[in-house]
Write a protein that binds this ligand. Sequence first.
Ligand SMILES: O=C(O)/C=C/C(=O)CC(=O)C(=O)O
Ligand SMILES: [Mg+2]
Length: 226
Amino acid sequence: MASHLVSRMASVHLPNFSEVGRKIVGAALNYKSLAKDLKVQHPQRPIIFLKATSSYIKVGQDIEISKSDIVNYEVELGVIIGKKCKKVTESNALDYIGGYCLALDMTNVSILSEARKASAPWDLGKGFDTACPVSKFIPKEDIKNPDDVKLWLKLNGDIKQNGNTNDMIFSTAHLISFVSQFMTLEPGDLLLTGSPSGVGPVRPNDVLECGLDDLVTMKFSVKPTD
Ligand SMILES: O=C(O)/C=C/C(=O)CC(=O)C(=O)O
Ligand SMILES: [Mg+2]
């Protein structure tokens, strides 16, 4: 199917993608600037994790954290899959994009650090309720090149992240192709492409505001669960 038809279909069927509950696939440590911040080597191949679909929230809902946990913000470009995508090549991968969104990959570092020490899965650190705030749907045609998009985040009005997807270690096409070799990506699935440098912790009553090029901004408040 021609790609313009795919994106037209996607913009018709996927604006409420976050209500569809499709899977969320994340790429970790995919920015040179973040690898530098964390003093870690660039991964040899994408590091991929899943977030629970129950972690989606939309503007108007709050991010919920326990006062005793360290939870980080990570601003990211979200890629929304437009058609079934299985074992695709890197050169065809962008055809499978239906649209985009701005996303926060909220990460419970307290849980993740314990999981790392125990060589245990990341699921609870990445997939807790409210861990995936997303913006409105951005039509595919609004982003000419997903590998050259500005991303920024302010915490209580102070700029903390100010990056560009051109700093990614693995391109958007590479990530889609890589993931599709292992798990079929389906319409409405969300791929989080990683976060640039400047990730850091939130506290209850903080306000996060972030943006993607001049296409979208979004704001979320952080509330305590205890
Ligand atoms: O290693 C950790 O403690 C956490 C890593 C991440 O959260 C990685 C990402 O999700 C990212 O780089 O975007
Ligand atoms: Mg992330």
